[in-house]
Structure formats: structure tokens, C-alpha cells
Design a protein around this ligand. Structure first.
Ligand code: 5GP
Length: 218
């Protein structure tokens, strides 16, 4: 195949505790053509989180500077901190033909859909709210008050599910991950993308003039 294929922009949203982190980690481990976009945030690192690996942990002043310099594809206040997607990395990586995966809240997701209409939007949903509450409790990184807040935000995020092209219900991790990969494969095979990426150019080259045998003559 020929052509310079541009990587997909994959936007994944879903309520806190739905298992986005786990599913994306699994995807990125087995798909070397997918790269995670590391967000910037003003929140403090949790135990075990590394600057430049999980997030770029920025002081609020630096985050503001980045906003003013238009360095974010989108940014938003989520819970009590700011989060943003660095634009340059997304553009550079997609131009190299690799798929960029964003983990953003719903407001950020809707912003990306407006700015980049060809993105692949995926909502990761829990089978029910009880499952979400259970996961948030067992994760052990939030207080009871924070959990209640996150469940409240989850309810309002679920209302925007219908704005996403795909919804994957994370009731069983292997199945959910397989479905996520299937979505990526299907998106890559969309005719508009295959044509725009020049993958089938050779099919449309003009036929060479046929060499006809000379007519028998005197
Ligand atoms: P956490 O603090 O638990 O890592 O993330 C909290 C929420 O922030 C999650 O819903 C996550 O999707 C969202 N988030 C992470 N990075 C970004 C980002 O760059 N932009 C936006 N809008 N949301 C983000």
C-alpha cells in the first residue's frame, strides 16, 4: 500500500472509576501503533504517579501560560483541578502515522469533536452505577466525600453519551478491550479515510495505452 497515512485521533471519555486507565493501558501495551497523549494538570500527583508519564504536573501559573500560548487542543476544569491536552504532541504524532489516544472528560471530549470532526469518539460506560461506586471505593484514592462528588459528575456525564460515535460497556475487561480494538480497525477501513490517505491511489492511475499489433499491410 502507498500513501502517508495520518494517525487517528481517538477520544475516550467516561465517568471516573469506569476503568478507562486499565483498558487504555492494555490497548497501549498490545498496540504499538497507538500512543497515549499525556495531559497537563494542576492537580497533585497521587502516590506512584510520575511527572511526564502519567501527567505533566504543572503549577497553576504555568498552566495559565500554556492556555495563553494556545498550547492546548482543549482544556477544562475537572473536579477541583485543571486538565489540558497539549496540542503539539497530538499533531506531530498523528502526522507520523500513529494513533493518538486521549483520556478526557466529557466537556473536553465535546470540544475535541468540534475542533477535530474526524476524531473517533468513544464513551466508556459502566454496566450500572453500583459498579462505579464499588470501583471508586476499592481504588482507595478518593475520600468518601470525593467519591460522592465523582458519582454526581458521573450522572451528568452519562447524559452526554449520545454525542459519542461509540459506547463500550465495560462489564468485562477482555470483551471491552476487544471491542475498542475492533472500533479502531473499522475506523481505519472507512472509505473516506482510505481514499484521503492515498492507500488506493495506484488503483486510479490511468491505464497505459495498449500496444496494438500493427495491421498487416503492403
Ligand atoms: P484523574 O484526576 O482521576 O486522573 O482524572 C480526572 C478526570 O480528568 C478524568 O475524567 C479524565 O478523563 C479527565 N482528564 C484527564 N486529562 C484530561 C485532559 O487533558 N482534558 C480534559 N478535559 N480532561 C482530562
Amino acid at each position: 500500500m502507498t500513501g502517508s497515512r495520518k494517525g487517528l485521533l481517538v477520544v475516550v471519555s467516561g465517568p471516573s472509576g469506569v476503568g478507562k486507565g486499565t483498558i487504555l493501558e492494555r490497548l497501549l501495551t498490545c498496540r504499538k501503533d497507538c500512543v497515549f497523549s499525556i495531559s497537563a494538570t494542576t492537580r497533585a500527583p497521587r502516590p506512584g504517579e510520575i511527572d511526564g508519564q502519567h501527567y505533566y504536573f504543572l503549577p497553576p501559573e504555568t498552566f495559565n501560560d500554556w492556555i495563553e500560548q494556545d498550547r492546548f487542543l482543549e482544556w477544562n476544569q475537572v473536579h477541583s483541578a485543571y486538565y489540558g491536552t497539549p496540542r503539539e504532541f497530538v499533531e506531530r504524532t498523528r502526522a507520523q502515522g500513529r494513533h493518538v489516544v486521549l483520556d478526557v472528560d466529557v466537556k473536553g471530549g465535546l470540544e475535541v469533536m468540534t475542533a477535530e470532526p474526524d476524531c473517533v469518539s468513544i464513551f466508556l460506560a459502566p454496566p450500572d452505577l453500583e459498579a462505579l461506586r464499588w470501583r471508586l471505593r476499592h481504588r482507595g484514592t478518593e475520600s468518601a466525600e470525593q467519591i460522592a462528588g465523582r458519582l454526581l459528575v458521573a450522572r451528568s456525564e452519562l447524559k452526554h453519551m449520545d454525542r459519542y460515535a461509540y459506547t463500550i460497556v465495560n462489564d468485562e475487561i477482555d470483551r471491552a478491550e476487544a471491542q475498542l480494538e475492533a472500533v479502531l480497525e473499522a475506523e481505519m477501513a472507512r472509505t473516506v479515510r482510505v481514499i484521503a490517505d492515498g492507500q488506493v491511489q495506484a488503483l486510479f492511475r490511468p491505464e497505459p495505452e495498449p500496444i496494438l499489433p500493427k495491421p498487416p499491410g503492403p
